[in-house]
Write a protein that binds this ligand. Sequence first.
Ligand SMILES: [Zn+2]
Length: 250
Amino acid sequence: MKKQLMSAAITLLITSVCTTAGATTGQAATWSYAAPTGPEQWSELKSDYALCSSGLTQSPIDIRDAVDTRLAPLVFTYQPSAAVVSNNGNTIQVATVDAGSLTLASGDYSFVQLHLHTPSEEQIQGRSYPMSAHLVHRSAAGELAVVAVLFEEGAHNPALDLILEAMPKEAGVVMNLQTLNVTDLLPATRHYYAYAGSLTTPPCAEGVRWHVLSTAVTLSPAQLQAFQALYPMNARPVQPLNGRSVEVGG
Ligand SMILES: [Zn+2]
């Protein structure tokens, strides 16, 4: 029954994908992942990007020596929602307005958008994964909490396919998705690493609560190639820990 429902939902999604002719984000990418506008130069491109080099709690990081402090499990209360898939010149992003929330000890954070990186920006014991999704949430007070989902090569991932099928090939173009259920992108086991970090793109703002799920989900080699055909490499290098600790929870 559950399987039938899921395939019905997928069919609905695929048939509901449509282009929004002529729609653009109106923003040219002013930074990139390669010189002369790559991560080493971000802080020089705009004064607003200074933290990209001067910040002391930057992301991503290489996760090692995590401390088990028995953090509470992450509470996801996602719900199906309409979404907009955009190619913003640096990644594919899926934005929604009412896809539910993430609850932490510090409060509720509404899901705002997710986007993809290849390879994964975060490393675990020095290992990167072929891809990661960053699920970005914002509290009523404007604070950000991100959940990173790691992908390893393996079985085809139907939930990811909804995004890959809809992703515009050209920067500045957006597509509509009738339904996205973010839960479908999460692994069944949701143990996580938590640390205090930043946006991994300019302006590299700090004060971001990071949660990296330690169980990877899969994507097929063809799915990885489909994304890499648009963005072969869109990952910021790992940043110094500067004394931060990484905790384990879930
Ligand atoms: Zn990201």
